[in-house]
Design a binder for this molecule. Structure first.
Ligand SMILES: Nc1ncnc2c1ncn2[C@@H]1O[C@H](COP(=O)(O)OP(=O)(O)OP(=O)(O)O)[C@@H](O)[C@H]1O
Ligand SMILES: [Mg+2]
Length: 496
């Protein structure tokens, strides 16, 4: 037995993150760790990776009790972790981040830059990742940062690798490469712990599964003895269906019209419209230009040509401020960095965009801030102690929900959701869908960018597909995965 955690406890001030974490991992097995947002998965893994110390319980490594007081202690045992939120140093290069804390030295404490660069380049090439060793990490997309985290972990973890939602922002090809890496590690006899909210990853990867609920291990079993339904049931503690079906509405007036929008070289001549009451999916491979399209509409990037009209009126949107004034809201993909003030309370984050509603109440501001926040905490089931808790102290998925709540600006009529369910657990996904549905029913139009084909087939009324900066087609809501992939990937495969 590689790792044996028994009745692990962890508290943060008054918050109990773990009350009884139990997990056993053998060499050569892939162990899936499942649980709702805030269940304690990342906390338990950060204990294994030496970032946190447990308040109770026993931690055995190869049968011996160990006490890890810093990440370097874990590295020394061959334990490494791919983190859910990037812990990279933004100002350093990809290569420096991969080797950070383990830089090859030329003696006298001098870092051998050439070697760092060359070794990183080799590692990147082995996995065919779209990265360059010399790039600065702060310029990378969420997917790019994730890939750097992965290289970094592979470089230092030889016995046990922990992947905390590694594929949430990755493309199909990159995801396949991660699966391949996991397979290779298993063959080499390493243990792998893999956290995911993507149910389709269960079958293809895991040997065993452990489910955490409210800080407690509630279930462990070989994968062959579990069904997807039984795992979900253990996660939420009650029977649920992961199936969401939206009742479409008759579409109303046109709320957004995008006409021949181009942004050289990322977007090419894009035209479409959204009507009140509609949820429209936007599909495509990573890099197809979906995020760029949302950013251009929202005034974050300046299009080279084309126009945007909101509710029949042409608008020249040059900044997010103008976009908000025109009635647009963008819930960005990279919520951790652009979406949230992690050092400030949840209530502050949620009400930032509701400022008018809150400020109008004058001296009641703080009370209003809290009541508005409580409404959204309830609506999106944000797991927290109180609205005054710091946003950065929430679990990854709950931070996502705060960022979504923040942008549910009441006055907006057109909502652009960029990957709204990334990192969100199965139960909460339905709440996010219901929130989008409620917005549509209240007369808004919703554009939903998603890389998850199953949810694109469940939620939108119709689906736009992009490929390499162009809109390649439109499909009805209940189409097939094959149809979407055909429009999203056809020419890339042809040119590959
Ligand atoms: N540094 C911290 N300070 C205070 N509370 C924390 C801290 N880290 C985690 N928590 C709390 O501990 C609980 C478990 O969080 P954890 O991040 O382990 O959840 P998770 O299972 O990884 O969820 P997710 O699927 O959303 O990533 C949450 O209620 C969270 O708010
Ligand atoms: Mg987590």
């Amino acid at each position: 037995m590689l790792l044996q955690l028994t009745q692990i406890e962890k508290r943060f001030g008054g918050v109990t993150a773990l009350r009884s974490g139990n997990l056993q991992v053998q060499a050569g097995e892939v162990h899936l760790l499942m649980g709702e947002n805030g269940a304690g998965k990342s906390t338990l893994m950060k204990i294994v990776a030496g970032l946190y110390q447990p308040d109770g319980g026993s931690f055995l490594w190869r049968g011996q009790p160990v006490r890890l007081t810093r990440p370097a202690d874990a590295s020394a045992l061959g334990i490494a972790m791919v983190h859910q939120e990037s812990l990279l140093a933004p100002h350093l290069t990809v290569a420096e981040n991969i080797f950070l804390g383990a830089l090859p030295s030329r003696g006298f404490g001098l870092v051998d830059r050439r070697r760092v660069h060359d070794e990183a380049a080799r590692l990147i090439a082995t996995h065919n990742f779209p990265l360059q060793a010399g790039w600065r990490v702060e310029r990378l997309s969420p997917a790019g940062k994730q890939l750097v985290e992965i290289c970094r972990a592979i470089h230092r973890g030889s016995s046990l690798l922990i992947f905390d939602e590694p594929t949430s922002s990755l493309s199909e090809a990159e995801t396949r490469e991660v699966f391949r890496i996991v397979g290779t590690l298993r063959e080499r006899g390493a243990g792998v712990i893999y956290i995911t909210h993507r149910l389709d990853e269960l079958r293809s990867l895991g040997d065993r599964v452990t489910v955490l609920r409210d800080g407690e291990t509630v279930h462990t079993a070989p994968m062959t003895e579990c069904t997807t339904e039984s795992i979900i049931q253990h996660m939420v503690g009650r029977p649920v269906t992961a199936i969401y079906r939206r009742e479409p509405l008759p579409p109303g007036e046109e709320l957004l019209r995008v006409d021949r929008l181009s942004l050289d070289p990322l977007l090419k001549n894009i035209s479409f419209s959204l009507r009140a009451g509609e949820i429209v999916g936007l599909a495509g491979l990573i890099g197809a230009g979906r995020t760029e399209l949302c950013r251009a509409i929202f005034g974050l990037d300046r299009p080279t040509s084309g126009s945007v009209s909101v509710a029949g009126r042409g608008v020249a949107i040059r900044s997010p401020r103008e976009a908000v004034a025109a009635g647009l809201a963008l819930i960005p993909e990279d919520r951790q960095h652009t979406g949230l003030a992690t050092a400030l309370p949840i209530a502050y984050n949620i009400t930032l965009a509701h400022f008018d509603e809150v400020a109008r109440m004058g001296f009641l501001r703080r009370a209003a801030e809290e009541s508005v926040s409580r409404r959204f905490i309830q609506q999106l089931r944000i797991k927290c102690e109180s609205p005054r808790q710091l946003a950065g102290r929430l679990s990854g998925g709950n931070q996502q929900k705060v960022a979504i709540a923040k942008w549910l600006v009441k006055q907006a009529r057109v909502f652009l959701f960029d990957e709204p369910t990334r990192g969100i657990d199965v139960g909460a996904k339905v709440e996010v869908f219901e929130t989008m549905d409620a917005l549509a029913r209240a007369g808004a139009a919703v554009l939903m960018v998603s890389s998850e084909l199953p949810e694109l087939l469940q939620v939108p009324d119709r689906i736009l597909v992009m490929r390499q900066g162009s809109l390649t087609g439109e499909l009805p809501g209940r189409t097939t995965q094959e149809e979407i992939m055909r429009l999203a990937a056809f020419s890339q495969e042809a040119s590959a």
